[in-house]
Design a protein around this ligand. Structure first.
Ligand code: PEP
Ligand code: MG
Length: 592
C-alpha cells in the first residue's frame, strides 16, 4: 500500500508506487472512473441462451471480486465504516430478483446478456430516482455505478473509455489500464499515467516503457487520493507521484530531466558499437516489439534484430481477428525491416492479462487458458499463424517461438502441426525458409526442469523471466500487493536458468532471455555470468543495457553468477549484482 509519504505545509503531497517507466512529467491530472458503456442489442439463437446466462454469471462473479478488492483496500486505508458503503453494491449483485429478471428477459426476448441486464438495471435505477426519499434517490447512482461495472465486465471493457473523451494533455490516473488500451494510448494526450494495480512486469508497465510514457503502477488508492484537475508530477524513475509540487520540487526534477537527456545522448552514441564485454565476450542485444512499426525504434537504438515479437497484440486490435494474409503481411514487414538481423515471431500469447473483448474471465487467468493452450485448442488459428510465419520466412531471417510450453507433449504437438503446415505450403508451391529455426520460451518452471528432454526438439530457448519468476515464486505479476515478492534475483529462478543453460549446451541449443529483467542494468551481470547469449528487451532500455555490458568483465560476471547460485536469498543476490553493475556504470543508477 502506498503511503502519503509527505504532506507539506505548502500543500505538496507525495505518494510512492512502483516505478514502471522512466521519465518525469508535470501536468494536469485526469482521474478515470467507471463509465457507462454503449450497449447493443443482439438476437441470440435458442441454443445460445445458456452460454449467455453463463457469461452473465461470470460477469457478476468478476464484479463481486472487484468490489470486494476495493472494499478491502478502503477498509485498510479508511476503516470498516467507510468500506461498508460497498455492502449495498454487493447486495445488489446478489439480489435474486434482479438475476431472475435478467435471465427471464434473455430467454423470452432472445437477447444478449448485456442488453437484458442494461434494460433491467435501468428500470431499477429509474424506479429509485422517482421516489420522494432523498436517500433512496441517491442510491440510484450506486445502482448505475454497479450496473456499469457489470456491463464493462460483460463486454471486456474497463473504465478506460474515458480516455477516448480526453480533451487536453494530462496525466491519467486509473485503477488499471488493460495492455491493449495502453497500446492505443495517444502519446500526445497521455503524458504519463499512474495505476493502482500492477507490477513492473505487468504488460501495461511493459507497454509504458515501450511508448516512453513516464508511469507508476501499484499506487494504491490513487484514484481516491487525487482529483481530476489537480496538478501533479510523475517521476517514473523513482515511482513518486507529487501532487501540487512546489517550485523547489519542480526545479529539482527539472535538473533530473536535464541529466537524463544528457545521459541518453551519451548512451545513444554507442548504437553502432557491439554488445561486448571489456574482456571480449560477445552478446547479442535485440529488441522486443508488438507490431512491425516498432522495428524502426529498435533500429534507432542499435538493436541487433528482434528477440520477441508479441504477436498477440495483432489479435487485440478492434475488429476482426487477423487472418493468414494479414498476419503474413505483418510478419513480412517486420522481417524485411529487421534484415539482415533475425525476427523471433512468438505465436500468440493471449490470456493472462491480455484478454480479447468477449473472452471468458477466469478465476486464475495466468494459470488458465493462455498462449499455446489456446493455440493447440484452436488449431485453425494456430495453423494460420504458423503458415503466415513460414510465408514471411521467405523474405527475411524469421524464427518461430512457442510461448508457455509446459510439457513435452505440447511441444511435440506444436511441431507436428508446423510440419503439416510446411507440407501444405510445399504442395501449394509457396516458398519459405526450410531451415527456419524453431524455439520455445522457458517461462514455466516445469519446462526448465525438463529442458534436457525439450532441447532436442528446438533450436533455441528463450527465458521469459517475467512469467518464470511469477510461476516459480507463486507471485502474480499483476498484483501490486505481492509485487515486492516478484524477485528475478531469487536463487530458485537463477537455478532454473542454470539448468536450462546446461541442458541447452548439451544439445547445441542457444539460450536467450526476453523478460523485463533482461533489460535491467542491475540484472544484466547475472544473465551474462549464467551463460545467456542473447538478451532482448524493450527498445527504450537497450542503450543502458549496452552501456553496462561494454563496461563489464565476463570473468567477473561468471564469478557473480557462481556466487548467486550458491545463495539462499534474493536480497543478497540482487545486492551483489547491482553492486557490480553500479561499480562499473554508476551514472545509470544515480536517479533510481
Ligand atoms: C516473459 O514472460 O518474460 C515474457 C517475455 O513474455 P510476456 O511478458 O509476454 O508474458
Ligand atoms: Mg511470458
Amino acid at each position: 500500500m502506498s503511503d502519503d509519504v509527505r504532506t507539506g505545509s505548502n500543500g505538496e503531497r507525495l505518494f510512492r508506487g512502483i516505478a514502471a517507466a522512466g521519465g518525469v512529467v508535470h501536468a494536469r491530472v485526469l482521474v478515470l472512473r467507471q463509465a457507462a458503456p454503449e450497449v447493443a442489442q443482439r438476437t441470440i439463437p435458442e441454443d445460445g441462451i445458456e452460454a449467455e446466462r453463463l457469461r452473465f454469471q461470470e460477469a457478476l462473479l468478476e464484479t463481486r471480486r472487484q468490489i470486494q478488492k476495493i472494499q478491502h483496500k478502503v477498509s485498510e486505508a479508511m476503516g470498516a465504516q467507510e468500506a461498508g458503503i460497498f455492502d449495498a453494491h454487493l447486495l445488489t449483485l446478489e439480489d435474486p430478483n434482479l438475476t431472475q429478471q435478467v435471465v427471464r428477459r434473455m430467454t423470452n426476448d432472445r437477447v444478449n446478456a448485456e442488453w437484458a441486464f442494461h434494460e433491467v438495471i435501468n428500470q431499477y435505477a429509474a424506479a429509485l430516482q422517482a421516489v420522494e426519499d432523498e436517500y433512496l434517490r441517491e442510491r440510484a447512482a450506486d445502482i448505475r455505478d454497479i450496473g456499469n461495472r457489470v456491463l464493462n465486465n460483460l463486454m471486456g471493457l474497463a473504465a478506460e473509455q474515458g480516455l477516448a473523451r480526453m480533451t487536453q494533455p494530462s496525466i491519467v490516473i486509473a485503477h488499471d489500464l488493460a495492455p491493449s488500451t495502453t497500446a492505443m494510448l495517444d502519446r500526445s494526450k497521455v503524458l504519463g499515467f499512474v495505476t493502482e494495480a500492477g507490477g513492473v512486469t505487468s504488460h501495461t508497465a511493459i507497454m509504458a516503457r515501450k511508448l516512453r510514457i513516464p508511469a507508476i503502477v501499484g499506487l494504491s488508492e490513487a484514484t481516491r487520493r487525487v482529483q481530476s484537475g489537480d496538478y501533479a508530477l510523475v517521476d517514473g524513475h523513482g515511482g513518486a507521484l507529487i501532487i501540487n509540487p512546489t517550485d523547489a520540487t519542480l526545479f529539482q526534477y527539472g535538473q533530473i530531466r536535464e541529466r537524463r537527456a544528457a545521459l541518453d545522448q551519451r548512451l545513444l552514441d554507442l548504437r553502432e558499437q557491439p554488445a561486448v564485454t571489456l574482456d571480449g565476450h560477445r552478446m547479442v542485444l535485440a529488441a522486443n516489439i508488438d507490431e512491425p512499426g516498432d522495428v524502426i525504434e529498435a533500429q534507432r537504438v542499435g538493436a541487433e534484430g528482434i528477440g520477441l515479437f508479441r504477436t498477440e497484440y495483432l489479435f487485440l486490435r478492434p475488429g476482426e481477428l487477423p487472418d493468414e494474409a494479414a498476419q503474413t503481411t505483418a510478419y513480412r514487414m517486420a522481417a524485411e525491416a529487421a534484415a539482415p538481423h533475425a525476427v523471433v515471431i512468438r505465436t500468440m500469447d493471449l490470456g493472462g492479462d491480455k484478454l480479447f473483448p468477449g473472452a471468458t474471465i477466469e478465476a486464475n487467468p495466468f494459470l488458465g487458458w493462455r498462449a499455446i493452450r489456446i493455440s493447440l485448442a484452436h488449431r485453425d488459428w494456430f495453423a494460420a499463424q504458423l503458415r503466415a510465419t513460414l510465408r514471411a520466412s521467405a523474405f527475411g531471417k524469421v524464427r518461430l517461438m512457442y510461448p508457455m510450453i509446459s510439457s513435452l507433449e505440447e511441444l511435440v504437438d506444436a511441431n507436428a502441426i508446423l510440419e503439416i503446415c510446411r507440407e501444405e505450403l510445399r504442395n501449394e508451391g509457396v516458398s519459405f525458409d526450410e531451415g527456419m529455426e524453431v524455439g520455445m520460451m522457458i517461462e514455466v518452471p516445469g519446462a526448465a526442469l525438463i529442458a534436457n528432454q525439450l532441447a532436442p526438439h528446438v533450436d533455441f530457448f528463450s527465458l521469459g523471466t517475467n512469467d518464470l519468476t511469477q510461476y516459480t515464486l507463486a507471485v502474480d505479476r499483476m498484483n501490486e500487493r505481492v509485487a515486492s515478492l516478484h524477485r528475478f534475483g531469487h536463487p530458485a529462478v537463477l537455478r532454473l536458468i542454470d539448468l536450462t543453460v546446461q541442458a541447452a549446451r548439451r544439445h547445441g541449443c542457444r539460450v536467450s532471455a526476453c523478460g523485463e529483467a533482461a533489460g535491467d542494468p542491475a540484472f544484466i551481470p547475472l544473465f551474462v555470468g549464467l551463460g545467456v547469449e542473447e538478451l532482448s528487451a524493450t527498445a527504450s532500455v537497450l542503450p543502458e543495457a549496452k552501456f553496462l555490458m561494454r563496461r563489464l568483465k565476463y570473468t567477473e560476471a561468471v564469478a557473480l553468477a557462481e556466487s548467486a547460485l550458491a545463495q539462499g536469498s534474493a536480497d543478497e543476490v540482487e545486492r551483489q549484482s547491482r553492486a557490480l553493475a553500479e561499480s562499473v556504470a554508476p551514472e545509470l543508477f544515480s536517479d533510481r
